[in-house]
Write a protein that binds this ligand. Structure first.
Ligand SMILES: [Mg+2]
Length: 264
């Protein structure tokens, strides 16, 4: 469970901490570590991703991972905290996900580059670290085929900037963060449409420059104002967008949080 810190910083991977080549530079890593350490007494850090543990460990530098308090994996289906893995879905959902995975791997979609290794969701990657094919372009095909399966009422289809994900109903990055946050204030750093719940319901959403338009439209449609990040204020729970992409936006946001906290 979350310690008695005031803030939870929820960090997305693809498109937020990681750039188009799924990388974070040495300079960004250094700056992030410095900021995370300086916020240690105030904030818990959670990586929130559609991916599994192996992906996080492979792509996130070990020095950053060491400062992370917990991992929200497979879009909220699994919590990994203090080396303990907790499933947030019933065994039935795991069995259904397995069935769905078999169904979709049998379809031979030309636009799917590979399937992510998953236990509770299905993840169809249209992009990899070299070629970017926007999942949004193909989501209707997947939705149509998914609607014909026996699981259409138990799962839903969403997409990030790299993959189309099929996720158990009522599960999202937000459903898990909301469950563990206690009274902490949540600051979500996110970029894609699959992050719409956590961006909408967190106290703050901080979006990198590369944030997908569909996420910004969703937030505006739900009466959220999106301010430039340089206007960040700790007493003003809002959405903010950076002029910088990927991890540079995270660095800018954490710096703004630190300055706000220390200059109160
Ligand atoms: Mg993302």
């Amino acid at each position: 469970m979350v310690s008695m810190k005031d803030y939870i910083v929820a960090l997305d991977l693809h498109g937020t901490l990681l750039d188009e080549q799924w990388k974070i530079s040495a300079t960004q890593t250094r700056e992030l570590i410095h900021l995370m350490k300086s916020l240690e007494g105030y904030a818990s850090f959670y990586v929130c991703t559609g991916n599994d543990y192996d992906f996080v460990e492979k792509h996130l530098p070990a020095d950053i991972l060491a400062l992370i308090d917990g991992l929200v994996l497979e879009s909220g289906c699994i919590l990994y905290e203090k080396r303990v893995k907790t499933y947030q879905v019933e065994d039935k959902a795991l069995a259904s996900a397995k069935d769905l995975h078999s169904f979709f791997t049998g379809q031979s979609y030309p636009f799917v580059r590979y399937f992510g290794k998953r236990e509770a969701t299905v993840s169809l990657f249209t992009s990899d670290d070299k070629r970017q094919k926007p999942p949004a372009d193909y989501v209707e095909v997947i939705k149509k085929d998914f609607s014909k399966t026996a699981y259409a009422d138990d799962f839903y289809v969403t997409w990030s900037n790299v993959a189309i994900d099929i996720i158990p109903k009522d599960i999202s990055k937000w459903s898990l963060i909301n469950k563990i946050k206690n009274s902490a204030c949540v600051i979500a750093f996110m970029d894609s449409y699959n992050d719409k719940e956590i961006c909408e319901f967190s106290d703050f959403a901080i979006l990198p420059k590369n944030t997908t338009d569909s996420l910004i439209h969703h937030l505006r449609w739900n009466n959220k104002l999106v301010f430039p990040l340089h206007k960040f204020h700790i007493f003003s729970n809002q959405c903010y967008i950076s002029q910088k992409p990927f991890a540079d936006a995270v660095i800018e946001g954490l710096l703004a949080l630190k300055e706000s906290l220390f200059n109160r």
